[in-house]
Design a protein around this ligand. Sequence first.
Ligand code: MN
Ligand code: MN
Length: 502
Amino acid sequence: MPIHPQVLGCKETIGDTMTQNNIANELDKKEQQKETDALKKKLFFQGELAWDRMLEQDRTAAYDFCDGYKEFLDRAKTEREAAAEIVRHVEGKGFRPLRPESDGGPNVYAINRKKNAALAVLGRKPLEEGLRIIVSHIDSPRLDLKQNPLYEEVELAFLKTHYYGGIKKYQWVARPLALHGVLIRGDGSSLDIRIGEEEGEPVLTILDLLPHLARNAQYNKKLPDAIIGEKLNALVAALPFPDKDAKERFKLQLLQRLHEMYNLVEEDFISAELELVPAGRARDVGLDRSMVGAYGQDDRVCAYCSMQALLDTESPPETILALFMDKEEIGSEGNTSGKSRFMEDVVVDLFRMAGAAPEEYLVRKALMNSRALSADVNGAMDPDYQEVHEKRNAAKMGYGVCITKFTGSGGKYNSSDAHAEYMGWIRRIFNSSNVVWQTGELGKVDEGGGGTLAKYLAEYGMEIVDCGTALLSMHSPFEIAHKADIYMTYKAFHAFLSAQRE
Ligand code: MN
Ligand code: MN
């Protein structure tokens, strides 16, 4: 096809020679463009949609993997349920309790106060050469019942709550809530509670004010003040005790019923941990079923992926360890958290199980020489609030597992900032294992921030970096993750656990 002279900015009228020159020029241009593109491809860092990179069998595998993941989410809606579910799952795969005196290995699990778990596979190398560790957390933001929760007001019975972790309070009103947890009765016996998840079971709910009357009480306030924590009271009953002269008839009626059904008295709430969580199952999201929507994906997506990755890592050179922590959402305080000595205790027991004396020097060397992933979620770029992200460094849905070099806030404060050398190694193993990955940070520099477990493990001297799935609607009752990213998280963890040390 001839080239129009005006396109090329040619003032002369068309002559034969001219046309040939133009064709030659155009070919040169195309060649140049090709070279430029090739150079860009070589030199630029550009993320890639995981879906584009995945073969048909990967895509099927990703959807299948997420079916198992959704089942896990449904069974594991609290830290206790997650710890129990992890143990149940791995026992079915031949894992046995970690007992220092036995040579029961190589596949073992340990559990700490029913809320915090560890899985390990003994490697071929001595432990003091270092372990390969993935740490995630299995607690999620929720509403805990107070220790003296039951009261009545305006002929209705309620349970008072104290929220746990970072929630946006307006997201928790006017929705069905399920009650999960445990009560310890006066005689020491315990009662596990799980009400509101199955079809036909009742749910609880927190009331919200009708819009007609909300002008002063809510609309004129700032969003965080519109719903206050002390008003997050769960509606629990509405039937009175038959004696019309009795006081607190609604509270009495409910307590009588709880006593008949479960042999409970009001004092039993003192020794209870009862959590209100969004009722309902994990769901596929999108007409193409490309995403998972569920409560508690922070951080059970990483917990599930690390469990599956560990189960699929056969005869690792170094001992591999998956840790599932509690209390991350309230700053990792307490003896089931990342600040507890649970990990050290597990490593000491692993030494003894491997037939080696757990001398302090060796345990310290083992931890110092370890390489770890702090497996936690990051916030994906929100399409409606792009202004809070810095788009060159924000994680995006669908771009694979997210590596976060540092977290923290206000000048990397409170962050464990991973070393360049370690980032380099992580990059190499992900690239050589065909893991689609991206990097992320938590929002614009002065926008806010948050922390993870990384800094607590870094205290032992091990190398550690944050790595996990990017979520939308993080910390909400219905968090969203892309199936391709979930699958890449699993693949990344598997590559990490099985990679050779250079
Ligand atoms: Mn969180
Ligand atoms: Mn988290």
